[in-house]
Design a protein. Structure first.
Lengths: 327, 548
């Protein structure tokens, strides 16, 4: 953070230049009214310029592959084969999009993804929040045991086959519950929420208790509204993880009309590149799949998340600040 | 006193155990009373190429691989057609093509596998043998007339030997080919060869000469030969003609070549033939004729180079060559090029091809043996996967409705297409594969030469005819490991094959000199090559003794 030059010597007659190059009179030190950068030294300005340059470079490096993928998804095969596509599409081609989106199974699976993500995220948020709140209370008896139990599951799990046998035994295979319940609680997220709740001033809850709120009331009316930042973060983590997940659906579901779109797209890419992976046993019954199928599938999968993210972003910004101020 | 008592009871138990064992051994698996109580829906007598119709409606579950090239749809008529013909309803458990093996493993190991497990390649069943989850196919093939008839007619015993396990049985019902199905070879820019007056190469040495001439005449081409599949397919093609095995994840397999006369295995990546093979490819790379990136680039990159005219030879199969043509119509322009499959070049062993005539097939869950309709299941499987009529039906549909056959030539009726094999007449409204489910990979591979050839176009048939003149080398038998033996062998095999694959790359690209060949051999010896080979020979001999 640039510290304002109140700290430079008081009463200096030096005329400081603004970025616009116009000399200004040294201002009264107490006023920080307009927020204009006053009196930055040369070193600070150089740092400012280099800083911006480096950050712009980082943005460019991060953005470039993203733009390339979008460009490739809209380019024609000829230019992709020649390797001539960088950030602008060449040879405008939306045929692959048309082919993928013309398949009714694609839309069925897309709807499944939306439903699974919504339900899974709702269940995960609910369970994680109440779990994290409960174990954040220092007066809970057996708190250490519950935390230990949770952390234990981070390192050890039953394994693929026992999990399958369990889910099958509970008659959850081929239902939505096999997809949304087994991975509902991410212990990592719970621990983050727990620390956040622990850092909340206990005076708030004591005041609420004096006013007659029950535990649930405190949680719902005092704690959660103040936790918007962490809730938004957790929501995004869960939503993205559920949106991208395919393995749970793959092992527990047997009907193609119940698959999420990630399996559909994964299957499409695997079919297009089967010869590479299965060697001499490749089923050589491929129809012509376009060169840009990977790019198209990437764009189609990421698009909704991109649309939702800007609306949640403000919570992250305010959330960062909230967490850094104590007391 | 107590010790005497316990010794007596131990002896008594032991005798009882022996008696039970003897009695069990007395049971004769060959008599058909094995089907008593399990003959629900079975036909009384079923002969070769006779239509199977269940005596009562039956349902079997089948693990079905959903290939994105022909996704399984609700509108597929094939399921109903099968039911109409045989009174058997197949209930498909649909698994996506990607990660099919993972899901199959999971279902079998958790005990939830369907009755019929389709799309199993020979060798893939080995991992499930120890767990007892799949049926020992060889115990029941005697009840399958179509299967036994084909094995006898086509002399497939040597091919079946490639899948026999330590107990001498095989656990897969493989697809059977009458003749070896060859697909992979080199594709060449025949228009350029013609323009330059160069003949297509007949041997690998001629291939090198052709590449040299092309390099001289076309300085704008970086490397006349830039390969895909990381060079593995071409290495495999050449290795067979040199009398060895090569090609990472492709032809090198377990590295054990089998001397048919001496009936002995040897580790072929340590042989002089392997060295000669590597020396040949090294000469191609050294003289700038083969792109060194062939061994590391992705298929897309290799295909791009070929499609844009930056290279003139690439590895291919029948389906890929039409993909190349589609791409080249865009990049070079239709009519401005010709590309064709050339016959596989021959090597020191002459015109030879190798491989097994087994194809992907099915496994059956061992729980099916207790099912009351077990006999009907065997009859159904025998008809569906091994009778000529069923194979024609599964490939082409209903005779008279979707296709007609005359003198071995299959023609689709008007209104139907089979775009995957290039049959797309004008006015076709239904694709028998995409819309109806025929010609799909879970049922239709293998069969008589006539059936296999029926979907090939004239160009492919001509190539197959030339390749049919090549001598077919018998396949090496599989090593009949038990579960524990296989685990130990896999550890050694991984280390040895990795060393061989790394050495292949290093020697070809010139990172290692051939003067260091002995160093490579000693590194193989250090990794337990001798034990690996000796074990393989010992297990093979043991099982051979047991079978004879």
């Amino acid at each position: 953070m640039v510290i304002n030059s109140e700290l430079t010597s008081v009463g200096s007659a030096e005329v400081e230049e603004t970025l616009a190059g116009q000399p200004v009179q040294p201002r009264a030190r107490a006023s920080r009214s307009s927020g204009a950068t006053v009196g930055r030294s040369r070193g600070e300005r150089v740092f400012g310029v280099v800083n911006v340059a480096v950050l712009l470079l980082a943005v460019a490096v991060t953005l470039f592959p993203f733009l390339t993928v979008i460009a490739q998804s809209l380019s024609s095969e000829k230019y992709i084969d020649m390797g001539a596509v960088s950030i602008w599409p060449r040879g405008w081609n939306i045929d692959t999009y048309k082919v993928v989106m013309a398949d009714p199974m694609f839309w069925t699976n897309y709807r499944n993804t939306v439903v699974y993500t919504a339900v899974a995220t709702a269940i995960s948020m609910f369970l994680s929040t109440i779990f994290a709140y409960a174990i954040s209370k220092k007066e809970l008896r057996g708190r250490g045991f519950f935390i230990g139990l949770a952390v234990f599951t981070m390192f050890f799990s039953g394994g693929l086959i026992p999990n399958y046998v369990l889910v099958n035994g509970l008659h959850m295979t081929n239902t939505i519950w096999a997809v949304v319940i087994p991975n509902a609680i991410s212990v990592f997220n719970v621990l983050i929420m727990k620390s956040f709740f622990e850092n909340m001033p206990s005076e708030l809850e004591e005041a609420a208790a004096i006013d007659g709120l029950s535990v649930y009331g405190t949680l719902w009316r005092i704690v959660l509204p103040l936790s918007k930042a962490v809730l938004a973060t957790m929501f995004l983590f869960y939503a993205v993880a559920n949106w991208n997940s395919w393995f749970q659906a793959f092992i527990y579901l047997d009907r193609s009309d119940m698959f999420p779109v990630t399996i559909y797209l994964r299957n499409l890419i695997a079919g297009a590149s089967s010869a590479q992976t299965s060697g001499a046993n490749a089923a050589s019954d491929l129809t012509g799949i376009s060169a840009n199928i990977k790019a198209v599938t990437m764009v189609l999968t990421v698009l909704p998340i991109l649309c939702v993210y800007p609306f949640i972003q403000r919570y992250f910004v305010s959330g960062v600040m909230l967490g850094s101020v104590k007391g | 006193m107590s010790t005497q008592l316990s010794r007596r009871s131990v002896i008594a138990l032991g005798l009882a155990g022996v008696a039970a064992g003897v009695l069990a051994g007395c049971a004769d698996p060959a008599d058909t009373s094995a089907f008593s109580g399990k003959a629900k829906g079975a036909m009384k007598e079923l002969g070769v190429n006779e239509q199977f119709t269940a005596a009562a409606p039956l349902t079997f579950s089948i693990l079905f691989q959903d290939n994105p090239a022909y996704p399984q749809k609700a509108g597929w008529t094939i399921w109903k057609d099968i039911t109409d013909k045989t009174k058997v309803t197949l209930k498909p458990n649909v698994v996506p093509y990607a990660d099919y093996q993972a899901k199959r493993s999971l279902l079998i190991n958790s005990g939830n596998a369907p009755t019929i497990i389709a799309k199993t390649y020979p060798g893939e069943e080995a991992q499930f043998v120890g767990g007892g989850a799949i049926l020992a196919a060889s115990d029941y093939t005697k009840y399958m007339p179509n299967f036994t008839d084909k094995v006898k007619k086509w002399g497939l015993d040597a091919d079946l030997a490639t899948v026999r396990q330590a107990d001498g049985k095989y656990y897969i019902f493989p697809g059977l080919h009458e003749s070896l199905f060859l697909d992979y070879t080199l594709a060449a820019r025949t228009d350029i060869l013609e323009a330059d007056g160069i003949d297509a190469p007949g041997t690998w040495d001629e291939f090198r000469t052709v590449l040299k001439k092309l390099k001289q005449k076309h300085p704008e081409v970086d490397y006349p030969f830039s390969d895909r599949f990381m060079g593995a397919s071409t290495l495999n093609l050449a290795a067979v003609t040199y009398g060895t095995m090569a090609g990472p994840n492709w032809g090198i397999g377990n590295g054990l070549a089998f001397d048919q006369k001496a009936k002995k295995f040897s580790f072929t990546p340590a042989s002089t033939q392997f060295k000669e093979l590597l020396q040949y490819f090294h000469s191609l790379v050294d003289e700038g004729l083969m792109d060194p990136e062939s061994f590391t680039q992705t298929d897309d990159q290799a295909q791009a180079k070929f499609a844009t005219g930056k290279s003139l030879f690439i590895n291919t199969n029948a389906q890929m060559i039409s993909l190349y043509r589609q791409a080249m119509d865009q990049t070079l322009g239709a009519g401005k090029y010709t590309v064709a499959k050339i016959p596989v070049p021959s090597g020191p062993l002459g015109k030879v091809v190798g491989g097994s005539r087994l194809e992907n097939g099915i496994m059956i869950s061992s729980s099916a043996a207790k099912d009351p309709s077990f006999e009907a299941l065997l009859q159904f499987v025998d008809w569906m996967w091994y009778s000529d009529d069923a194979q024609k039906f599964l490939k082409w549909g209903e005779e008279g409705t979707t296709y007609t056959e005359k003198n071995g030539k299959f023609t689709l009726k008007p209104g139907y297409s089979l775009k995957a094999f290039g049959i797309d007449p004008a006015g076709a409204t239904k694709d028998i594969r995409l819309d109806m489910g025929f010609s799909c990979g879970n049922f239709m591979y293998g069969g008589t030469t006539e059936i296999v050839d029926s979907t090939m176009d004239a160009e492919e048939l001509a190539w197959q005819k030339v390749m049919a003149t090549y001598k077919q080398l018998p396949p090496a038998p599989g090593v009949p490991y038990t579960q524990t033996q296989r685990q130990q062998a896999t550890l050694q095999q991984t280390a040895l094959i990795d060393t061989a694959n790394t050495a292949t790359l290093n020697f070809i690209l010139g990172k290692q000199n051939f003067s260091e060949w002995n160093g490579y051999l000693s590194s193989l010896k250090q990794k337990g090559m001798q034990t690996y080979v000796d074990n393989a020979n010992r297990y093979y001999d043991q099982v051979q003794k047991k079978l004879s």
